[in-house]
Ligand binder design. Structure first.
Ligand SMILES: Cc1cc2nc3c(=O)[nH]c(=O)nc-3n(C[C@H](O)[C@H](O)[C@H](O)COP(=O)(O)OP(=O)(O)OC[C@H]3O[C@@H](n4cnc5c(N)ncnc54)[C@H](O)[C@@H]3O)c2cc1C
Ligand SMILES: NC(=O)c1ccc[n+]([C@@H]2O[C@H](COP(=O)([O-])OP(=O)(O)OC[C@H]3O[C@@H](n4cnc5c(N)ncnc54)[C@H](OP(=O)(O)O)[C@@H]3O)[C@@H](O)[C@H]2O)c1
Length: 418
């Protein structure tokens, strides 16, 4: 009897379909960009399928960010289309609040992603005009989706960047990437080297201080640090406002004057500014300025020790480019993230080799959502544009189909009268 059941189970597995034709687009990634695109498509009356490699929505926020994280920009710049944040949310929602908002967003629009399905490849079949998207599940099951449109929403931060630094494998102490850092609690009393001084490096260093650890932060080149607020007004909002009237270079100059008035000369503490202004640098090289929420104060007081680039690691020690050697207990690599698109998308026009697209729309019905280097507000505007574009094509195709089926119906009627 037991064997019979086993046979039936095997048979069911054998006869499970290995592919499906998707009515509408497939969205890869259930982060804010994927959810926003799905919601906007719904508004256009276009069904879609969302596939996600993790077992939850917004996995970056749920699994790969530290506890004290808050949105750095005011909430009106971070909400997704068609559903604002709850009114009682603070100006800068916490990570938990943001996740709760995203959960209710998915529920509100009836978005049910297919979890635990990682896209392994996607290629456009010129002959049929369809995309073939292959996924593999947690139990190594493979599946293929065939669809007219492909929306890439896997994010600018899909994989963590792990630098190859001489001797790191011999260091001996704990080495983690910032995506695995939760809180400074377990580092109490320890000497921690934080590699990198972007928003992650600065905030991890601040958190370590607040938990009585001793962080040293590596600043190997230069970085723009701006206050999060100037005279109670969000610096980002101020920049957006100024950009309406003034050219970018003037706004950059004003930003730097204001930053100097509020924060003083950061170079005095080892935090050099790039020669290009903060907005121009963001536009040209995608490098985000740090919005300071307290780290600079700790740098000034000496609680965060700023150090130059790393030469090599040895057991329990780091040697810096200036020859100084420091004893360390642990290392946090706040060395950033990268896109993973080149590893699975077989397409050579929209996406460059570095995994970032040139625009939001490519040939053959491929779209990029959330790659405009403008954070959550960029994700929202991409989603609206993409949904509008696919919505138009969808309506047009349906009109054609309707015309054809009416014509066929008429032919049938006239034939039946013969
Ligand atoms: C620590 C941290 C803090 C941040 N804070 C802010 C902030 O305050 N404001 C702001 O605007 N931006 C912030 N960002 C930038 C952040 O990337 C965006 O806010 C937002 O998460 C981008 O959404 P997304 O959907 O484009 O990408 P993600 O949130 O990264 O979502 C992409 C999804 O795609 C999935 N995926 C990836 N590859 C595959 C695959 N092959 N198959 C299936 N699924 C896949 C991932 O699992 C993920 O769930 C922060 C980033 C970090 C790292
Ligand atoms: N609350 C928030 O809003 C918040 C918080 C955290 C992060 N974020 C966002 O998340 C994204 C990623 O930020 P991030 O700070 O993780 O990454 P990031 O901005 O890319 O910064 C990476 C840092 O690591 C340094 N680095 C890389 N390799 C190194 C090496 N081998 N040795 C020394 N330094 C090295 C870089 O220096 P170089 O500049 O010299 O290359 C840079 O300082 C950004 O968009 C950021 O705004 C937002």
């Amino acid at each position: 009897m037991e064997n019979l059941f086993r046979l039936v189970d095997q048979d069911q597995e054998m006869f499970q379909p290995k592919w499906t034709l998707v009515n509408g687009p497939i969205i890869v990634g259930a982060g804010p960009s994927g959810l926003a695109a799905a919601a906007c498509l719904k508004e256009q009356g276009v069904p879609c399928v969302v596939v996600e490699r993790a077992d939850c929505i917004a996995s970056l926020w749920q699994k790969r960010t530290y506890d004290r994280l808050k949105l750095h920009l005011p909430k009106q710049f971070c909400q997704l289309p068609k559903l604002p944040f709850p009114e009682d949310y603070p100006e800068y929602p916490t990570k938990r609040q943001f996740i709760e908002y995203l959960e209710s967003y998915a529920k509100h629009f009836g978005i049910n992603p297919k979890f635990n399905e990682c896209v392994q490849s996607a290629r456009y079949d010129e002959t049929s005009g369809f995309w073939r998207v292959k996924t593999s599940g947690s139990n190594k099951t493979e599946f293929e989706y065939i669809c007219r449109w492909l929306i890439v929403a896997t994010g600018e931060n899909a994989e963590s960047v792990m630098p190859d630094i001489e001797g790191l494998s011999e260091f001996g102490g704990e080495v983690i990437h910032a995506c695995d850092y939760k809180s400074g609690e377990k580092f109490k009393g320890k000497k921690v080297l934080v590699v990198g001084c972007g928003n992650s490096g600065m905030e991890v260093s601040l958190d370590l201080c607040n938990h009585n650890a001793s962080p040293s932060m590596v600043v190997r080149s230069s970085v723009h640090v701006l206050p999060r607020e100037i005279l109670g007004k969000s610096t980002f909002e101020l920049a957006v406002l100024m950009m309406k009237w003034l050219p970018l270079w003037v706004v950059d100059k004003l930003m730097l004057i204001l930053a100097w008035l509020v924060l003083g000369n950061t170079e005095k503490y080892g935090v050099k500014r790039p020669s290009t202004g903060p907005l121009e640098l963001k536009n040209t090289r995608g490098k985000t300025p740090v919005l300071d929420i307290g780290a600079l104060e700790k740098i000034r007081s000496g609680d965060i020790n700023v150090v130059p680039g790393i030469k090599r690691f040895s057991r329990g020690q780091v040697e810096l480019v200036n020859g100084e050697k420091l004893d360390m207990d642990s290392v946090v690599l706040a060395t950033g993230y990268r896109s993973n698109v080149p590893s699975w998308l077989q397409e050579g026009e929209l996406f460059a080799k570095n995994g970032y697209p040139d625009g939001w729309k490519g040939k053959g019905g491929v779209y990029a959502a959330g790659f405009s280097k403008r954070g959550l507000s960029g994700a929202s505007s991409d989603a609206m544009r993409i949904a509008q574009d696919i919505g138009n094509a969808w309506k047009e195709e349906n009109k054609q189909l309707k015309k054809r089926s009416i014509a066929r119906h008429r032919r049938c009627i006239s034939l039946s009268h013969l």
